[in-house]
Design a protein around this ligand. Structure first.
Ligand code: SF4
Length: 84
């Protein structure tokens, strides 16, 4: 752990499918809570072919670079008519 991580005491590391990830402790496991896509009508986690192109590009970026990131803001958002 670096001095900066010790100072803010909010970063933890965990093994995610064989990769050591760093995450803010207060946000660990909360991706779905914060990502607009999970309450958007243009997103279907069970059928990615139906997802909007932005969500699919972001998904591919996350897989390729081994990051996890939510969508905070999006001009294309539409409230989902499906249960989450
Ligand atoms: S339109 Fe925006 S919020 Fe909706 S699925 Fe696509 S990227 Fe996510």
């Amino acid at each position: 752990m670096t001095n900066k991580e010790t100072e803010i005491e909010k970063i933890e590391r965990y093994n995610h499918h064989g990769t050591w990830m760093a995450v803010r402790s207060n946000l660990k496991g909360k991706h779905r809570e914060h990502c607009l896509c999970f309450i958007c009508n243009k997103f279907d986690i069970k059928d990615r072919e139906k997802n909007c192109p932005i969500a699919n590009i972001l998904y591919r970026l996350c897989v390729l670079t081994e990051i996890v990131t939510p969508v905070w803001e999006c001009k294309g958002f539409e409230y989902s008519d499906r249960p989450i």
